[in-house]
Design a protein around this ligand. Structure first.
Ligand SMILES: [Zn+2]
Ligand SMILES: [Zn+2]
Length: 719
């Protein structure tokens, strides 16, 4: 990467007449010859705020200021070796200036870091930034490119350290750059560019670590000016300590909630500085503009708090609501939920979220319910809030409301829930429709069909509402009634749907003998999933004996059944999912399928048999499937690949890697990858329950989608 470093002559012209020539000349080697800048870089700033401004409106101001630094340093006959002390200077406009350049400078305090002299082993870079200035993008990118240059292209290369002047030394320097003066920050070219950090969040982080690091259980948060769980949990521990809870823990649980309630003081009434600091800090972390002096509850703090109340659907103007909701708001403050629409969020989802808070948290005061995020995203937490609201409306007693789709809830939905709906329960049914939108039409090709937001708040059975419900029922392969029957409620609320419904598909680890094939057929099954291989040896304690036996495919077909091939080695462990393993397993699956004379064109399902999070999908699951895909392609694409996993895994692997079909592990309804995600467009099987068909023979019960994966109905005669 090439960068522009302006030579000394550019600012040297502003030096006094007598020194202009020296200032403008290239730097000369220091009289202190010990210089090997392998340690890294030290970051400095320009010092305290100036009473008369001291901003840098134009580039000439920047250059004059560097000349002024130079004059200061050369006038000091003791400290700076007769020249400007910094190696480089960077201004707010992003320009980089040569100081001592690649020669030794003397900007630092005496001493060493990891054996490197603070001056002899480091470059010193000064920002033209005073204590009252915040770093902008230009300045930070200047640092980033200069550090990259010093690491990779300078005549004297430097190491990975990025340190503030204040490192092990008592100085305010480098002011508001301190939060960036560390490895891994946005100015570190080895880390991704993450843009500006927040100086108020940094202030809060520094304070909370300093105030509570000796408190039992306390875990420090990073001091990087970036909001996140680590910081709000540190603040939570601070709150616990202030309210007399010990040891402190990284969780805002019932004890903390009760302690806030017992204190019974709104932030505006609070007189303890530390609590006010925690509340202001939490507001900053949530992205609200609060008090810049964190120990004071100012009108900015108050405005921010009132905005948060209203964002969450609460009425601050009502004095009893304001007081009684404060523990809920404190809880909401100390988590990462957002109560404003976030980028990509849906205003209609936010409308539903606020309404859940207003009615079920404020008015009905459901004991187990906390404020639902109002960010416009249908998430696991929103789904839980919706479930609690439904439980309330179908008459589950307050104390039993828990957000789970248990027997009481199912009974209520079979009864009250399946009748003609009006008012709140009708709104909740339509909200559930909205959360499962879009569904797919049954046309060719199928097209997404969105639920119309105008149908949310009406009792009218509009054509668009009924049409969407019917399309959803068709897509989910449940009876197409156009009504809010139990099966439809279940399908909207949990990934199993109505787990008692009949299904034509199943899968198992057991060999299908002629007798078992007949049993399956008699039980209504028409297709069975079987494993192509097993990686464990027969003497392994975990050996399942799950692989297809040599004559078994023909036996299955002879029973009038079809089958679909599954592949799973260590599908429950993240470590199984790498490109290399995907490639190896894809290769093995291909050869096993050929051995069993499975015809070309068959889809083989590769299993992700655990609750993989998005980060796992990015880091491991996708590479694994890319490996599978590469192996099958290498072998001529005789077989296609499908994915077995949660709704989220199936959707992402289908969209991003190209899996042909999705076998959805719907029966794991509590998976984070199932809650809050609609059924994948290309679902072929939905695994909705498991049971023993006969003693010792467990099977998974899979809804087999019409016109989806046909499975194997004959064997290839040529093999
Ligand atoms: Zn400094
Ligand atoms: Zn400038």
């Amino acid at each position: 990467m090439s960068i522009t470093i302006f030579p000394r002559s550019v600012w040297g012209v502003y030096a006094s007449q007598a020194r202009r020539e020296h200032a403008s000349a290239p730097p000369v080697a220091s009289s202190n010859p010990n210089w090997s800048p392998g340690g890294g870089v030290f970051i400095h700033h320009r010092g305290r705020e100036l009473p008369w401004g001291g901003d840098y409106p134009s580039e000439e101001d920047c250059r004059r200021d560097i000349a002024a630094i130079y004059e200061d340093h050369v006038s000091d006959t003791e400290n700076f070796d007769g020249d400007i002390a910094y190696n480089f200077l960077i201004c707010q406009h992003g320009h980089i200036y040569q100081g001592r350049g690649y020669e030794r400078g003397e900007a630092n305090t005496a001493g060493t870091v990891d054996g490197f002299g603070r001056n002899a082993g480091f470059y010193s870079i000064c920002a033209l930034l005073r204590s009252n200035h915040l770093a902008g993008v230009g300045l930070l990118q200047g640092f980033r490119s200069l550090i990259e240059h010093l690491r990779t292209a300078a005549p004297r290369l430097t190491g990975a350290r990025i340190l503030p002047h204040s490192h092990e030394f008592d100085t305010e320097c480098p002011g508001n750059l301190t939060m960036y003066a560390q490895q891994g920050s946005t100015i570190d070219p080895a880390a991704p560019w993450t843009g500006l950090a927040d100086i108020q969040v940094h202030t809060c982080q520094k304070w909370v670590n300093a105030a509570y690091s000796q408190v039992p259980g306390y875990i420090r948060c990073p001091e990087d000016g970036r909001t996140g769980w680590a910081t709000v949990l540190s603040l939570t521990q601070g709150l616990q300590h202030e309210l007399g809870i010990s040891p402190t823990v990284q969780n805002f649980g019932p004890t903390t909630f009760q302690a806030v309630r017992s204190r019974d003081l709104l932030p505006s009434q609070e007189f303890r500085f530390n609590l006010i600091r925690i509340y202001n800090g939490a507001l900053w972390c949530k992205g609200y503009w609060s008090s810049t002096s964190h120990e004071s509850w100012t009108s900015d703090s108050q405005d921010a708090l009132e905005r948060l109340y209203s964002d969450a659907g609460l009425n601050y103007g009502d004095s009893s609501e304001r007081r009684e909701m404060w523990p809920y708001v404190a809880n909401a403050l100390l988590c990462m939920d957002q109560f404003r629409l976030v980028p990509g969020g849906d205003p209609n989802v936010r409308y539903i979220q606020r309404r859940l808070n207003t009615r079920y948290v404020v008015d009905m005061r459901i004991p187990a319910m906390r404020l639902v995020a109002c960010d416009g995203y249908y998430s696991r937490e929103t789904q839980q809030g919706l479930m609690m609201a439904i439980q309330y409306e179908i008459g589950i007693p307050d104390q039993s409301i828990n957000g789970y789709f248990g027997p009481g809830t199912q009974a209520g939905l079979l009864g009250t829930g399946s009748g003609a709906l009006t008012g709140h329960l009708r709104f909740l049914f339509r909200s559930a429709c909205y959360f499962n939108s879009p569904t797919m039409t049954s046309g060719t090709p199928p097209a997404p069909l969105a639920y119309s937001a105008s149908d949310l708040d009406t009792d009218i059975q509009t054509a668009s509402h009924v049409g969407w419900v019917r399309a959803f029922q068709q897509f989910s392969q449940i009876p197409v009634t156009g009504t809010n029957d139990y099966t439809t409620w279940a399908q909207l609320l949990v990934s199993t749907g109505d787990s008692s419904r009949p299904a034509a598909g199943c899968d198992c680890i057991t060999e299908i003998t002629a007798q078992r094939g007949n049993q399956l057929y008699a039980a209504g099954y028409r297709i069975v999933g079987r494993y192509l291989d097993e990686h464990l040896a027969p003497d392994d304690p975990y050996f399942l004996n799950k692989a297809l036996k040599p004559a078994e495919p023909q036996t299955i077909l002879d029973a009038g059944l079809k089958f679909f091939p599954l592949f799973q080695y260590n599908g429950t462990q993240l470590g199984n999912f790498t490109f290399t393993k995907g490639y190896e397993q894809g290769t093995t699956a291909h050869h096993k399928a050929i051995q069993h004379r499975i015809p070309a064109g068959t889809c083989i399902y590769f299993a992700v048999d655990y609750d993989a999070l998005d980060v796992d999908i990015d880091s491991n699951i996708k590479p694994y499937f890319l490996g599978v895909k590469a192996a099958l392609a290498e072998l001529g694409n005789r077989y296609s690949f499908g994915v077995y996993g949660s709704r989220n895994v199936c959707t992402r692997i289908s969209r991003e890697v190209g899996a042909r079909w999705s076998l959805v592990s719907g029966m794991s309804w509590g998976y984070s990858g199932n809650l809050g995600f609609p059924l994948p467009e290309n679902w072929s099987f939905n695994q909705i329950c498991e049971y023993q068909l006969s003693s010792g023979w467990g099977i998974d019960h899979n809804v087999w989608r019409h016109s989806a994966d046909p499975g194997v109905s004959h064997l290839d005669p040529n093999q």
